[in-house]
Write a protein that binds this ligand. Sequence first.
Ligand SMILES: C[S@@+](CC[C@H](N)C(=O)[O-])C[C@H]1O[C@@H](n2cnc3c(N)ncnc32)[C@H](O)[C@@H]1O
Length: 378
Amino acid sequence: MPQSDLEQHSLALQKIIKDKIEKTGSISFAQFMHMALYQPGFGYYSSGNHKFGKEGDFVTAPELGDLFAKSMASQFSQVIHTIQSPIILELGAGTGQFACDCLLELENLNNLPEKYYILEVSADLQQRQVQKIKSLPKKLSQLVEWISQPLTQQFNGVVFANEVVDALPVEVFRYHDNEFQQMRVTWNDSFKKTWGEFPENLLKQIKDKNLQLIEGYTSEFIPHLDSWLNSITQNLNQGVVIFVDYGYERNAYYHPQRSDGTLICFYQHQANFDYFSNVGIQDMTAFVDFTALAEAADSCGLEVDGFTTQAHFLMSLGIQNHLGDSQNDYKSYYQNTTEMKKLTMPNETGEKFKVMAFSKNYADELVGFSISNQLHLL
Ligand SMILES: C[S@@+](CC[C@H](N)C(=O)[O-])C[C@H]1O[C@@H](n2cnc3c(N)ncnc32)[C@H](O)[C@@H]1O
């Protein structure tokens, strides 16, 4: 979108949010974030701006090349191979690149699922995914089906999400005078934050974390993470659930030095902390508290199988075996090596990104955790 269109688009969404505030009074930050990202036709993920890649605001692992998807496919293959009528359910599939590369690799491995479902909340992204999936051979494209709600019938297989949990709206809290206050958003010529009281159910969620915090400490949490996870996995009969995202275990997440939280915005590859600017045209995201994710899984009756860095997970799955032939095709070997470095080096995304996996009625150890499994950190 040209710059002037982007600005018009942002103004239109600001008006929708402002009208809501004028009608209902202040809204919670989670409501504000939900509208900024997912308001139909206007939210950052729901409208037609670029988002992904060089011309967008950020680059995700599947957009770097196919090594991430090829490696994940070997993990999926281990599970698919051993269970009856397996399917894959990908949450928030972005441009659809991961689904394409993963299905191609699963075909190479002779281990295709019976279906590849995509649960996508953004109509714009779903359209892009449909176009991308059309480029696959028919045998593969016909496996893909889009759903707008979690599966309602029982299923076996793999649930997968890369960088989806960080895109879920968060509640922002401040610890002040030994109380937790909820950030609320009002309008007075522009969006302004105020602090109010949490409703009882949200206050319980934050108190249950037993955090030891200093005065003024501000951070965030995903409200109702357990019911979200439950809606997706309640019909999983046998299989695994794999989440990849940036984040930390709870002690590191709510570390005293991280006293302003982890909420961050991305606009044209520049990070900023001004969530009230570029509304609807910039990404807004918070790091993931992996301990909260593990607790949610536990409450959904899932086994927590593993937690490790993206680097260790991908190396356990043999990412290095996909580099190609340095003698005969040096160019792609070089590109693949660069991509592998981006995915595994600690100063790139190798340690910032973590992988967490859960299972139901599935006892085998996942290959992805063979180099390391750091469940003890949770
Ligand atoms: C940062 S993008 C990541 C996209 C893709 N997984 C990738 O790695 O390139 C976040 C994605 O999650 C989707 N999303 C957000 N909330 C969701 C939810 N509750 N269920 C399913 N998808 C969701 C967004 O529409 C978007 O496709």
